[in-house]
Ligand binder design. Structure first.
Ligand SMILES: Cc1ncc(COP(=O)(O)O)c(C=O)c1O
Length: 388
């Protein structure tokens, strides 16, 4: 079967390979401590399930939704943004419902990238930015995130000839995979840079509700004038432990949001209405669950960081997300250390270079397992002589 050039250009999705490897080991009876995919293990809060049960049997739930989302859902998003960030969004044309933010991020380059156009993409980063730029015929330009620059891209180092062809600038704080956060000054710089270079600023805010140390993360749209150049992606996945429900939103610049809605209307017919109604409950109902989840992640982060530091690492406390971005010991690569942890200790982590070449030298620990299991992983590392 002849496959398209487009398909041949893309590698298998990172987690597909990892899930296969895990299944293989589980089959062999290995007790795996799984720090792999960032999928919260805590349950979706009860009031959201309760709402879902109520709306499931509404006759309209069985009918086609609109691809950009029910007006009531968009209104709930608008209210949530006002309450959380003091950002005003018009539910008519500045908000679009997504089948998870991955869906919107994946479709976006089809709206703005033609053959040869460039997307400016942090390296390492969530793989969808790069792969879907390539699928749309564009070229990713990678901006290294390093410990020396606090895992912030150096926008001023992008060469002028790249900038000439650049259309999209992807920014993601709190960051996957590095767990880094940024200050208001960096967001201001991004908006200024996007304006000066005629770029659409793509802010991925999937983890904004997962800040547990320091100031609460902010929306790019809080920066005055940001809406002129910004589309922001958000999601209920991590905030409310709803990864499997597949619901998120794109908000911000009207032209960009409507461009995405146009692509979507030709590709999907929106998210199941019952899920949208349950999402309204999530956004508008009690929010104490968010703080409770963060308390759990903060405790786990402490166990991981203190544990690794007892083995010679010098990790700073994690501030946000559920990711520990951990440098590999001397003499190891991302791949060799991942393999060693798995083979010697039954510990599954993600090799940092899976997120881009600058991720080489790191592995990512997702703390989506109970703290007792994290402590057990540290014990296993100690027993097997693994140290930094
Ligand atoms: C940075 C980032 N953006 C977006 C997503 C997509 O989340 P979802 O499609 O569940 O909304 C993820 C998921 O892991 C992510 O890490």
């Amino acid at each position: 079967m002849r496959k398209s050039e487009r398909l041949n250009k893309i590698p298998p999705y990172l987690f597909v390979k990892i899930e296969e490897k895990k299944a293989e080991l589980l089959n062999k009876g290995v007790d795996i401590i799984d720090f792999g995919i960032g999928d919260p293990d805590l349950p979706t809060p009860e009031h959201i399930f309760k709402k879902m049960k109520e709306v499931l049997e509404l006759p309209e739930s069985g009918q086609y939704p609109t691809s950009k989302g029910e007006f009531a859902f968009r209104k709930a998003v608008s209210k949530w943004y006002r309450k959380r960030f003091k950002v005003e969004l018009n539910p008519r044309d500045e908000i679009c419902c997504l089948i998870g933010s991955k869906e919107g991020l994946a479709h976006l380059p089809l709206c703005f990238i033609d053959k040869g156009d460039v997307s400016l993409i942090p390296d390492p980063s969530y793989p969808v930015y790069k792969i879907c730029t390539t699928l749309a015929g564009g070229e990713p330009y990678l901006m290294p995130l390093t410990a020396e620059n606090n895992f912030l891209p150096d926008l001023d180092s992008v060469p002028a000839k790249v900038l000439k062809k650049a259309r999209l600038l992807y920014i993601n704080y709190p960051n996957n995979p590095t767990g880094a956060v940024c200050g208001r000054d960096f967001f201001e710089q991004c908006v200024k840079f996007a304006k000066a270079n005629n770029l659409l600023l793509v802010s991925d805010l999937a983890y904004s509700e997962m800040g547990y140390l320091g100031d609460p993360p902010m929306s790019m749209l809080e920066i005055p004038g940001a809406k002129d150049v910004t589309i922001e992606f958000h999601s209920l996945s991590k905030t409310y432990n709803m990864t499997g429900w597949r619901i998120g939103m794109a908000v911000g610049n009207k032209e960009a949001v409507q461009a995405l809605a146009t692509i979507k209307s030709n590709m999907d017919s929106g998210q199941f209405k019952a899920i949208q109604y349950a999402a309204i409950e999530a956004l508008s109902g009690p929010q104490d669950c968010v703080e409770e989840h963060n308390k759990v992640f903060a405790e786990r982060a402490k166990v991981l960081v203190e544990g690794l530091n007892s083995l010679g690492w010098k990790m700073a406390p994690l501030k946000a997300t559920f990711y520990g971005w951990v440098p590999v010991p001397k003499g190891e690569t991302s791949a060799s250390f991942t393999e060693k942890l798995l083979d010697k200790c039954g510990i599954l982590v993600v090799p940092g270079n899976g997120y881009g070449p600058s991720g080489e030298g790191y592995v990512r620990f997702a703390i989506t397992i109970p703290k007792e299991r994290i402590a057990q992983a540290i014990e296993r590392m100690k027993k097997n002589g693994i140290k930094f």
